[in-house]
Ligand binder design. Structure first.
Ligand code: FES
Length: 145
């Protein structure tokens, strides 16, 4: 079996799919090579992520990692969400095949982009909090189509 049970569970029954109409942080990242797109919606109140939803046009690994990543940041503070790494998400999913690790970067980048949008909407420069956003394309070169 190529994928862990957790990956299969989150792929076949993804959590937090959809969009939030009054989101105050929205991020979209895409990959030109495989054509996968991820959009992340955050509803943040008093520095806490009250709700999170995502929509993706992506592969199974991208769906599973986004589902797990949204579960991991829901109810957490913005600071905690900023610390979430794709390797922590992959670990929570009990691993991904090496060629699919790159897909998990899409979820992390979508969350960071949405958090950057949240700061920007408040007139705050997000760079000191979010850092320079990596281009997922660069991480994605080894991605299998
Ligand atoms: Fe591109 Fe998985 S996100 S193939």
């Amino acid at each position: 079996m190529l994928y862990s049970e957790k990956v299969m569970d989150h792929f076949t029954n993804p959590r937090n799919v959809g969009e939030i109409e009054d989101a105050n942080g929205v991020g979209e990242v895409g990959n030109a090579k495989c054509g996968d797109i991820m959009k992340m919606y955050l509803k943040i109140e008093n520095g806490v992520i009250e709700d999170v939803k995502f929509k993706t046009f992506g592969c199974g690994a991208a769906i599973a990692t986004s589902s797990m990543a949204t579960e991991m940041i829901k109810g957490k503070t913005v600071d905690d969400a900023l610390k979430l790494t794709n390797s922590a998400v992959v670990e929570a999913l009990e691993g991904l095949p090496p060629v699919k690790i790159h897909c998990s970067v899409l979820a992390e980048q979508a969350i960071k982009t949405a958090l950057a949008d949240y700061y920007t909407r408040q007139g705050i420069d997000p760079t000191p909090f979010v850092g320079e956003l990596k281009d997922p394309d660069e991480e994605h070169l080894a991605c299998e189509m």
